[in-house]
Design a protein around this ligand. Structure first.
Ligand SMILES: *Cc1c(COP(=O)(O)O)cnc(C)c1O
Length: 393
C-alpha cells in the first residue's frame, strides 16, 4: 500500500508533507515502518506533552472508552467538571472554563467573550481587539484575522472587522481607543520566533489595560500546561489575565481546547456551545495528563530537564556560532535563532536525515518543543544527532 500516492490523491494539499510512515512511538522516540528510530523534539507541535504511547495516558483513554466516550453537553459530564476545577486550582486564578476542541476554537470563544463584554444596552459598543504583528491565533476566519501576519490574509475575505495590529507590546497603548475592548497576546510567540516577551513590559501593559477596563487575553495554546515550567506562562509573568486560552499540550494528543475567564457570568445558556467540546474522552485524558505533569513538576524532574535542555542548546549555539546568533525561549519551548533567514529549512532537512525531528518558527528560528517527559538520555541522543546534522552544513 503506497500511502504517499493515496494521500496525494484523496487529501487536500494543505501541508508540505514529509512521507515517512511512523507506526509507533515510546516517549520521545518514534519508529517508522522500516524499524528506524527518530528522536521527536517537536511532540507533534507541542501536543504530545507526556510523550508518545504514555502508558498511564493510554490506560486512562482505554478505560474511559470502555465506559462512555461522548454524551452531549445537555448533561453533566463528571471529568469535564473535575478538569475545570483542576485547571482553575492549578492556575491560581479565580475563573470559569468553557471547553472546545482546538486552539483556534478556544480563541474564538475568547473573542466572543470580549465582544459580549463590549455590549451596552443590547449593542456592541466596544469591539476592537488589538493583537501583535507576528502573532498566530489559528486558522478559522476570525482567528486568522486576529493573527497579525497579514500575508496569511491573502484569500478568504471579507473578514470580521475590528482587529488592529501592533508592531510590538510597547506600541499597544498607542492603538487603544474608545472602541477597544481587548488586547490579545502570546507571552512567547510560538509560530512567530520563540522570543519571550519582556516581563516588565507585559506587566506595564496589564496595568494600563486594567485602568482602562480593557480585557487582557493571553493565548496560551502553546505556552500553557507546564510548557514553560509553570502550569501557565501567565504564572511565570506574574500577571492576572481576564481570559486565557489553552489547547495543544492539554490532552496529550487527544483534541481539546479551553477558554478560561474571570468573567464568570459573561455567558448565558445559548450564547456559546460545542458538540464535542469537553466530552468524556478528552477531559478524562486531560485529567491524566495533568496528574502526570504535576508529579513531574513536584518531584523536580521537569525543572531539571528544562535546565539541562537549555544548557545543551546554549552550548550548541556557541559551538555553531557560524550558523546561530543565539538561543531563545523558556522552559521546553526553545529556539536557535539562525543568522541567515531561511537556512532553517536546510537545517530541518539535515536533522531529519540524522533522524531527529525539529520545527521552524518565524523566518530564521529552529524550534524545539520536546515532550515534557523527555529523559536525559533522549536529550543527549536527540541533540547529538542534531549536532551531527549541523556538522554537514
Ligand atoms: C497552534 C496555535 C493556535 C491554533 O491551534 P489549533 O489547535 O491549530 O487551532 C493558536 N494559538 C497559538 C499560540 C498556537 O500555537
Amino acid at each position: 500500500m503506497n500511502i504517499e500516492a493515496i494521500d496525494k490523491e484523496y487529501v487536500l494539499h494543505t501541508y508540505a508533507r514529509n512521507y515517512v510512515n511512523f507506526t509507533h512511538g515510546h516517549n520521545t522516540t518514534l519508529y517508522d515502518d522500516t524499524g528506524q528510530d527518530y528522536i521527536d523534539l517537536t511532540s507533534g507541535i507541542g501536543v504530545v506533552s507526556v510523550g508518545h504511547a504514555n502508558p498511564r495516558l493510554s490506560q486512562a483513554i482505554c478505560d474511559q472508552a470502555k465506559k462512555i466516550i461522548h454524551i452531549s453537553n445537555l448533561f453533566a459530564i463528571e471529568p469535564q467538571a473535575l478538569l475545570a476545577k483542576r485547571l482553575v486550582e492549578l492556575s491560581g486564578y479565580d475563573m470559569r472554563i468553557f471547553f472546545a476542541n482546538s486552539g483556534a476554537e478556544a480563541n474564538e470563544g475568547a473573542i466572543k467573550i470580549a465582544r459580549k463584554y463590549g455590549e451596552v444596552d443590547g449593542q456592541i459598543k466596544r469591539y476592537k481587539i488589538v493583537t501583535l504583528k507576528h502573532s498566530f491565533h489559528g486558522r478559522t476566519i476570525t482567528a486568522l484575522k486576529a493573527t497579525g501576519q497579514e500575508a496569511m490574509h491573502t484569500y478568504f475575505g471579507p473578514f470580521p472587522d475590528g482587529f488592529v495590529y501592533a508592531e510590538d507590546i510597547e506600541q499597544v497603548p498607542q492603538l487603544l481607543d474608545d472602541h477597544t475592548v481587548a488586547v490579545m497576546i502570546e507571552l512567547i510567540q510560538g509560530e512567530g520566533g520563540v522570543e519571550p516577551q519582556d516581563k516588565e513590559a507585559v506587566q506595564r501593559l496589564a496595568k494600563i489595560l486594567k485602568e482602562r477596563d480593557i480585557l487582557l487575553i493571553v493565548d496560551e495554546v502553546q505556552t500553557g500546561i507546564y510548557r514553560t515550567g509553570e502550569p501557565l506562562a501567565s504564572n511565570l509573568y506574574e500577571i492576572e489575565p481576564d481570559i486565557i486560552t489553552l489547547a495543544k499540550g492539554l490532552g496529550g494528543g487527544v483534541p481539546i481546547g479551553a477558554v478560561m475567564t474571570r468573567l464568570k457570568d459573561i455567558f448565558a445558556p445559548g450564547d456559546h456551545g460545542s458538540t464535542f467540546g469537553g466530552n468524556y474522552l478528552s477531559t478524562r485524558a486531560a485529567l491524566e495528563v495533568l496528574d502526570i505533569l504535576e508529579e513531574e513538576k513536584e518531584s523536580g524532574a521537569l525543572d531539571h530537564r528544562m535546565i539541562y535542555f537549555e544548557e545543551r542548546l546554549k552550548a550548541i549555539a556557541a559551538k555553531f556560532s557560524n550558523l546561530f546568533e543565539k538561543e531563545v525561549g523558556l522552559g521546553l519551548m526553545r529556539g536557535l535563532r539562525a543568522k541567515e533567514a531561511d537556512i532553517q529549512n536546510e537545517i530541518i532537512k539535515k536533522a531529519f536525515e540524522e533522524r531527529v525531528l525539529v520545527l521552524k518558527a518565524g523566518r530564521n528560528t529552529v524550534r524545539f518543543l520536546p515532550p515534557l517527559t523527555i529523559t536525559k538520555e533522549e536529550i543527549d541522543e536527540g541533540l547529538g544527532r542534531f549536532e551531527r546534522a549541523l556538522e554537514t552544513l
